[in-house]
Design a protein around this ligand. Structure first.
Ligand code: SF4
Ligand code: SF4
Length: 488
């Protein structure tokens, strides 16, 4: 089982044949010299980018939003994003910077370069963290560009067999089907609880198979899955201040069931009636980020039906990565498609749980928490959804808390969806840097707002022995809220 899971992960990370150091350095040289020779900020690399619009100049076979001329044209090559880009900070390669990647996208768009292994490598190595979007003074919507580049790769580039098989398995066969997720989770739980995991780790067999780091990232499977809450409504405690629908997630149903339960307790304690719509499925974030737009559209359609009624004031999620995609559901459909209008309406109701609670206001009393606490921004909350203050305000509302900012908290921790599995080495380097700053805060607790970041930061605290506890903000608030308060 573990071999299957890890092999699939290895397949997702795929073999990149034909991409050598020479390719990278040649690209860097080309990019640097061309960037330097450009003086007028509005000039385009290559200078032959043709204006396109919805309908005209569209790439066949890719439904939904396609960037137009102006989207690329916003990049004036100023380089102000470079120091905010985790991959550029790691490798100092122009080809692995936002500006360099946009340049490559333009060349592909213009037909001046093919969708080849080198292009795929630099686009795959992007975390899609969107820190460059926040940094960019010119308003480049980089997320839109990289997701379209990945959609092009998915349709025009033939990845190696194992990679294709792993992607199809994960994005088309497993994630859209809750019963399959539950089946695999039970197998994994058996591995974790039967002693097999301890045996595999203790004997060094994982190391021999080259699976040690990936296996270490496997999260613990919950005893009770969140699927049992589907279709249920949890009444508000006291006066009903809001009626909301909660996204349960896909793997979160089996790996973060307790976090979902904690989220419900915090919301109900603060006057929310919480419904978990039965027909909901995976949000499609992993598929959309990987460029499998058809798979993302298929689950989006189901969620539009599941969350479609007007009876909920908001669709709330405790996973920033999911929220970011839900808020951009209309990107998956083209204007004129029947789902486009529904998606536009739907995304206006989506709220991250911190955003929602900060606006609603906490009314449930909080226990004192006399500890030093720091906060790691989730990229898809900060850069994807532009939510910075809400989680900080909620934390600062806790009596007794000593809040300290984490230097460079806006830089990705290396989790980035499945990046820590597909690009493990780079992910671990980013994590090491992150933990250095986290340890420097002397905080006893690190708080974050996304399950993926939570796993990554917990692995970081263990690996780097910082001795810090890592909690999702809902776990912390739950432990400090009313009757459900537990020891912290
Ligand atoms: S900051 Fe914006 S405009 Fe400047 S190079 Fe980066 S993406 Fe382009
Ligand atoms: S999304 Fe993140 S990793 Fe990718 S180019 Fe932008 S800052 Fe760099």
């Amino acid at each position: 089982m573990i071999r299957t899971v890890c092999s699939l992960a290895a397949g997702l990370s795929e073999e990149r044949e034909n991409v050598s150091e020479t390719t990278s350095s040649q690209t860097l040289t080309d990019l640097s010299s061309q960037a330097e020779s450009r003086e007028t900020p509005q000039a385009h690399p290559g200078g032959t980018l043709h204006k396109t619009s919805h309908g005209a100049g569209m790439i066949e076979g890719i439904p939904g939003l396609q960037p137009i001329y102006e989207d690329y044209a916003r990049c004036v090559h100023c380089g102000l994003c470079l120091n905010h880009c985790p991959t550029y900070r790691l490798w100092h390669l122009e080809a692995d910077s936002p500006r360099g990647r946009i340049f490559q996208m333009i060349r592909v768009k213009d037909g001046e370069a093919p969708v080849n292994a080198a292009f795929v490598e630099h686009i795959d190595k992007c975390l899609d963290c969107r820190a460059c979007e926040t940094a960019c003074p010119s308003g480049v919507e980089y997320g839109k560009l990289v997701e379209f580049a990945r959609a092009r790769i998915a349709t025009e580039y033939k990845r190696p067999f194992l990679s294709r098989a792993a992607r199809n398995f994960a994005y088309r066969w497993l994630l859209p089907k809750p019963e399959r997720i539950a089946f695999f989770a039970r197998l994994l739980r058996l591995y974790q609880k039967s002693g097999l995991q301890a045996l595999a780790r203790g004997t060094g067999v994982l190391k021999m198979m080259g699976l040690e780091e990936r296996e270490a990232l496997l999260p613990r499977i919950d005893d009770a899955f969140f699927f049992r809450r589907m279709g249920k409504t949890f009444p508000a405690i006291g006066e009903t201040r809001a009626r909301i629908a909660l996204l349960g997630g896909c793997v979160a149903q089996v790996m973060f069931a307790e976090l979902n339960e904690a989220t419900i307790r915090v919301l109900t304690a603060n006057g929310c009636e919480v419904t978990v719509p039965r027909q909901q499925v995976c949000c499609g974030a992993l598929m959309a980020h990987a460029g499998d737009r058809e798979a993302a559209r298929a689950v989006a359609r189901r969620n539009l039906r599941a969350f479609g009624g007007d009876e909920f004031e908001a669709v709330v999620t405790n996973a920033a990565g999911c929220g970011s995609t839900l808020k951009e559901y209309s990107h998956l459909f083209s204007p004129g498609e029947p789902e486009y209008e529904a998606a536009t309406k739907f995304e206006s109701r989506v709220r991250d749980v911190t955003e929602f609670l900060n606006t609603l206001g906490l009314v449930a009393p909080l226990k004192e928490f006399a500890k030093r606490v720091t906060y790691q921004d989730s990229c898809h909350l900060l850069h994807g959804q532009k939510v910075r203050e809400a989680p900080r305000r909620l934390l600062k509302a806790v009596p007794g808390i000593e809040f300290v900012e984490l230097p460079y908290s806006e830089l990705c921790c290396g989790s980035a969806g499945v990046y820590n599995v597909t690009e493990t080495e780079a992910s671990m380097e980013l994590l090491a840097e992150k933990m250095k700053y986290a340890a420097g805060t002397n905080a006893e607790v690190i708080v974050t707002t996304n399950p993926g970041c939570l796993l990554q930061m917990r692995a970081g605290a263990d690996l780097h022995k910082t001795g810090q506890r890592v909690l999702h903000i809902m776990e912390l608030l739950d432990r400090l809220t009313g009757a459900s308060a537990q020891d912290t």
